[in-house]
Design a binder for this molecule. Structure first.
Ligand code: CP
Length: 302
């Protein structure tokens, strides 16, 4: 495959190859000398038209650990502010001999549009409410480290499913790997017909916690909602928040995950986010190895 536009377009075999490659890179980046020469002579542009902390830094580190030349572009400080189009922006950057583009963009499908017009490899680092494929890959890789083969394992994605690209990419990735997936949140934040993607729907947090091996907790994406979530964030926290009292009442440990950024005290309490059951920072650590694997495999196909 030339691009990574979404998990929708990857096979289970592609995903397993990415995980095997990521395992090797995880070993590499835990050595005192973290760098390998695999992407020497490859130039990567990280184009961020939306804010990011984890994904932007993780891609930049992954590229540098692979010895790529890296340029970073942030729309907020660019000529996009003077009205330059996406295609003009990207073509101007590619004219400087860039081989691969990592892009985050608020418009769902922006990467598909770009793929029809440019020759470079494209990796989707998040397109609006659509997909965030490398987040789903690092999530599933981290789950597999905790519970082994995901076939038959039960994963609940809690929270704002409607506005979340992480939810959609997780659903594609986990169902391709044979996991049983449930989404849980208020009816207003769950898309209609989501069952057609092979997931269960629940509005009952307690029942979903009892059902699952792994809870992937997502935040309320207020920035993507034209009408504010009703009822209030305080009520969301009361009825759908994951807190220690709930987890202590379970008769089994479950793995707690969150892609970040966390709204502490809303979808997850601090004592859960920071507990021994939480692998939130392991997810971030694995993000570098998984992104190295994606970059390496795409570059190898050039
Ligand atoms: N998980 C994630 O995409 O975080 P950032 O928005 O900080 O990149």
């Amino acid at each position: 495959t030339k691009h990574v536009l979404g998990i929708k377009y990857l096979t289970a075999e592609d995903i397993r190859l990415i995980f095997e490659t990521a395992e090797s890179f995880k070993e590499v980046i835990n050595r005192p000398i973290k760098k390998v020469p695999s992407l020497r002579d490859v130039t990567v542009a990280n184009l961020f038209f939306e804010n990011s902390t984890r994904t932007r830094i993780s891609f930049e580190l992954a590229e540098k650990r692979l010895s790529a030349d890296v340029v970073n572009f942030s729309a907020s400080s660019s000529s996009v502010k003077k009205g330059e189009t996406l295609l003009d922006t990207v073509n101007n950057i590619l004219a400087m001999k860039v081989d691969m583009v990592v892009m985050r963009h608020p418009a769902p499908g922006a990467h598909h549009f770009l793929a029809q017009h440019i020759d470079a490899n494209i990796i989707n680092a998040g397109d609006g409410t659509h997909e965030h494929p490398t987040q789903a890959l690092l999530d599933a890789f981290s789950m597999q480290e905790q519970v082994g083969d995901l076939a038959g394992k039960r994963v609940v994605i809690f929270g704002d499913i409607l506005h979340s690209r992480v939810a959609l990419s997780n659903i594609y990735c986990l169902t391709k790997l044979g996991a049983k997936v449930r989404v849980c949140g208020p009816p207003t934040l769950i898309p209609k017909h989501i069952q057609s993607l092979g997931v269960e729907v629940s509005h009952d947090v307690w029942d979903s916690l009892k059902w699952c091996d792994i809870a992937n907790v997502l935040r309320i994406q207020l920035e993507r909602q034209d009408i504010k979530y009703f009822p209030s964030l305080r009520e969301y926290s009361q009825y759908f928040g994951i807190n220690k009292t709930l987890l202590d009442s379970l008769d089994k440990p479950i793995v707690i995950m969150h892609p970040g950024p966390i709204n502490r005290g809303v979808e997850i309490s601090s004592d859960v986010a920071d507990s021994d059951h939480s692998i939130i920072l392991q997810q971030v650590e694995n993000g570098v190895a998984v992104r190295m694997a994606v970059l390496y495999l795409l570059a190898a196909g050039r």
